[in-house]
Design a protein around this ligand. Structure first.
Ligand code: SF4
Ligand code: SF4
Length: 458
């Protein structure tokens, strides 16, 4: 088993004895982008001193800036079925919660997608509970097909990341054929005793089957996989080191690690009390988690959801988050219900702002919002993507693509205020582009988009 609990615990124990000099040495290593060992990451996790913490936040911010610039990718989740045979103690969809469950019909999916498109979304994360009878793989595949084929007057969904329960190689092959983006699966917790406790008597209760899901996905040819932990279930320090071990296992065996890591934090849901969970993560520790992940795996996207408040999201974007959801509803049929003024969420959402509002704030904070899906559609996935990312060449495509998708948004879904903000930002950003040919192409494409062309990318 590649998550060696004793090893992780011994690393954390030993790191508690790190001296100020040891910590300074690891921080310098991080600053100079020298590869960090497990021991080094454990040392970062044990930092308590405020000055050292600040130094670490700054280093993560600088790493983020140098790799991602000021771009932030925006997406939305789409829940299509809340049937679930599992009984995860932290989730509103658990089988013990008695409510009227449902899954969306093809027509209802189209309606949801149109509402998402109306908000300007191009990237979705498809979410379902686990139920082999009511929500089998055929239903999921049909839903993917429906989403890709739902064209609204102004656009369509260009990338669907899929979050379904651990499954077989054969089912992953079918997902791959359906042209999914990233396959996302949260381990929830890597700590086996905790895993067993929070997943009582259920399909999801098989720790090892869940843990090896990405091995089967990669065997099936899916190259981009996204891991995650539900922070608050177990000791976050253990979880961060376990995430690193999982990432290395994938790199060693399949040549590429996590494409993304999600950092959901446990929130109140129907039928559970937060007081039953002794490992809840406070805001400062949460900042440290994001920071350390950014330092440890600089090229892996970090995803933050609307579980977090606008203020928290704003801050975490500085230290490492590279993708945020916006305008989210986390219930089945949630976008239509929201239009009607109802809410049916899987968990408590803290940031209720629309994408338009989120975009304005991102730009005010000097961030460049992006709806780019170019890599996946040009076949830049898996290790081809990572090579491009690590070479730094990706900068030549990401920033121009972000600006083009921003201008598309402005033209199709924006208002006068956003137009002005985006124009000023694009001018500033275009001036930073060193390659004259790319700058010229970008400015030309921005004009083409204003004249009505769509889906331009490099
Ligand atoms: Fe079902 Fe997923 Fe909720 Fe567990 S976390 S009860 S598997 S929907
Ligand atoms: Fe992501 Fe590729 Fe677009 Fe850059 S160019 S934002 S890496 S999809």
């Amino acid at each position: 088993m590649f998550i060696d609990h004793e090893y992780i615990e011994s690393l954390l124990k030993e790191a508690k004895n790190a001296t100020t000099e040891d910590i300074a040495e690891v921080l310098n290593k991080a600053k100079d982008r020298r590869g960090l060992s497990h021991k080094d990451i454990a040392v970062l996790l044990q930092i308590e001193d405020k000055t050292q913490e600040e130094k670490m936040f700054k280093i993560a911010g600088a790493i983020k800036e140098s790799i991602y610039g000021n771009r932030v990718v925006v997406f939305a989740p789409l829940y299509i079925s809340d049937y679930c045979v599992n009984n995860c103690t932290y989730c509103g969809y658990r089988r013990d919660n008695k409510f009227s469950r449902r899954k969306l019909t093809k027509i209802e999916i189209e309606e949801e997608v149109k509402l998402l498109e109306k908000m300007g979304h191009k990237r979705l994360a498809l979410e379902v509970g686990e139920d082999p009878v009511n929500c089998d793989i055929d239903y999921v595949l049909e839903a993917i097909d429906t989403i890709y084929n739902t064209q609204n007057e102004k656009g369509n969904i260009r990338r669907i990341n899929v979050n379904i329960a651990a499954t077989t190689v054969e089912n992953y092959r079918r997902l791959k054929e359906a042209k999914i983006g990233t396959y996302i699966l949260f381990q929830e917790t890597y700590h086996k005793p905790t895993y067993d406790k929070v997943h009582p008597k259920s399909m999801k209760g098989d720790y090892e089957y869940h843990l090896t899901a990405f091995d089967r996905a990669m065997e099936a040819g899916i190259e981009d996989v996204g891991g995650g932990v539900l922070f608050g279930l177990s000791d976050y320090k253990f979880e961060v080191l376990a995430l690193m071990l999982h990432n290395e296992h994938l790199e060693e065996n399949y040549g590429v690690g996590f494409h993304t890591i999600s950092v959901p934090r446990l929130k109140k849901a129907e039928g559970m009390n937060l007081t039953d969970f002794p490992n809840l993560v406070d805001d400062n520790s949460f900042k440290k988690i994001v920071t350390i992940l950014r330092i440890a795996v600089p090229f892996t996207g970090i995803i933050l959801s609307t579980r977090e408040s606008a203020q928290m999201r704003r801050e975490l974007i500085k230290y490492g988050v590279s993708q945020v959801s916006a305008g989210s509803n986390t219930g089945v049929g949630g976008y239509k219900e929201h239009e009607k003024g109802n809410s049916v969420d899987q968990f408590d959402v803290a940031d209720h702002r629309s994408p338009l509002e989120v975009l304005k704030e991102l730009i005010d904070d000097k961030h460049l919002p992006s709806y780019c899906t170019a890599c996946y559609r040009s076949g830049r996935t898996g290790d081809r993507f990572m090579r491009l990312a690590k070479s730094g060449q990706i900068q030549n495509v990401c920033a121009p693509n972000a600006m083009m998708t921003l201008m598309e948004f402005v033209m199709d879904y924006g208002d006068e205020e956003l137009y002005k903000k985006a124009e000023a930002l694009i001018k500033e950003e275009a001036d930073k582009i060193k390659r004259e040919d790319i700058k010229k192409l970008l400015l030309n494409n921005i004009e083409r988009i204003k004249m009505g062309e769509r889906d331009l990318y490099v």
